[in-house]
Design a protein around this ligand. Structure first.
Ligand SMILES: *Cc1c(COP(=O)(O)O)cnc(C)c1O
Length: 358
């Protein structure tokens, strides 16, 4: 006898770790390039000294720090082991078997997985021609089975950001019993006027998701948070796997919030590099949509696998999305230069179909 496993899980690909090798330039995961600040390291070391104790399951100190930072009430905040677990918990609190979750596609790869694992059904709405959310089509996709809508702003992997006005008119048109998750993992890199924390205040069905993994540089420590009406926050607590936000994660997040000015100032450098990289790629002949995040997207279509492979051969790891495109994280200037040097080679241009006449 073999163990009975849910047959539908067969359609979820088993996790395949990205390729890595010594000396590789890692531009595949939207990480920051710098390690934690000394004060954050100290807080982590102190937390490690008490590692024999369970963490505070309610993350009281972190929730209070977040609430005062965001100017909301502690009852509006939930912490998670990365915001990806909060995505999963949102499906769990909203969906029964067969209920529908709407999101744009391409978008964050976790959405289809957490939806299916939660016994719900994905309704994927194609991006617009310029790689942004098609909010009208998303509204049109709402049915009486819709329970949750993810809006990834700026969108991963395409970088496109929605404006406040676009989001407001969308939110005003969504039935109030449908939960809308504004996934703002890259909020700190965006200079759009859309700020979920402003939008959720008058809308009890809006949840804002943010993370310490990207601009705050704590991807390896795993902590993110949700901001919403207390009713949603209480429900998230019910499905939360106990103690998944470790004491180390809580301490690191609190120390990082205390250093927010210094950490957020770094986003200016990333944005300057993003602008420089995008211009250089366009000059080299690539199509590059405008990005409001710490990455750029190259819609190479069926040429994507070959281009990603050539980039890996050149020692630079980027992320490939099937036969749609590739995403390159903005790294340090010398790393970006290495990618640009590759992108200007004949090998890369040939892989990208540049200069090829039909
Ligand atoms: C990186 C990312 C997250 C969250 O990452 P965690 O490390 O789990 O906090 C959430 N949404 C999007 C779109 C992301 O790219």
């Amino acid at each position: 006898m073999t163990a009975h496993i849910r047959p539908d899980l067969a359609s979820i690909p088993a996790y395949v770790p990205g390729r890595n090798f010594p000396g590789a330039i890692k531009l595949a995961s939207n990480e920051t390039t710098v390690g934690p600040l000394p004060g954050v390291r100290d807080a982590v070391a102190d937390a490690v000294a008490n590692a024999n104790r369970y963490p505070d399951n309610a993350a009281v100190a972190l929730i209070e720090a977040l609430a005062s930072f965001l100017k909301v009430e502690p009852a509006n905040v939930a912490a998670g082991c990365g915001s990806v677990t909060l995505c999963q918990e949102l499906v769990q609190i909203t969906c029964d078997q067969g209920d529908e979750v709407i999101y744009a596609w391409r978008s964050f790869e976790a959405y289809p997985v957490v939806t299916q694992v939660g016994h719900a059904v994905s309704v994927k709405v194609p991006l617009t021609e310029d790689f942004g959310h098609d909010l009208d089509a998303m509204l049109a996709a709402i049915t009486d089975r819709t329970r949750l809508i993810f809006v990834c702003n700026p969108n991963n992997p395409t970088g496109n950001a929605l404006s406040k006005a676009e989001l407001e008119s969308f939110l005003d048109a969504v039935p109030t019993h449908v939960v809308v998750a504004l996934d703002e993992a890259y909020f700190e890199y965006s200079r759009s006027d859309a700020d979920g924390i402003e939008l959720f205040r008058s809308r009890p069905n809006v949840v804002v998701l943010r993370t310490f993994s990207k601009a705050y540089g704590l991807a390896g420590i795993r902590v993110g948070y949700a901001v919403a009406d207390p009713e949603i926050i209480v429900a998230l607590g019910k499905v939360h796997t106990p103690f998944t936000v470790s004491a180390v994660a809580q301490a690191a997040a609190i120390a990082s919030l205390a250093a927010a000015d210094e950490l957020l100032a770094r986003t200016e450098g990333v944005i300057a590099e993003r602008t420089r990289v995008r211009s250089a790629l366009i000059e080299a002949g690539y199509t590059v949509p405008e990005s409001s995040a710490n990455f750029v997207y190259l819609p190479l279509g069926e040429l994507s696998p070959g281009f990603a492979e050539a980039s890996t051969e050149a020692g630079i790891l980027i992320r490939q999305y099937g036969v749609e495109g590739v995403r390159m994280t903005i790294g340090d200037p010398h790393e970006n230069d290495a990618f640009l040097a590759f992108a200007n080679t004949d090998v890369a241009k040939q892989a990208a179909g540049i200069g090829v006449t039909a």
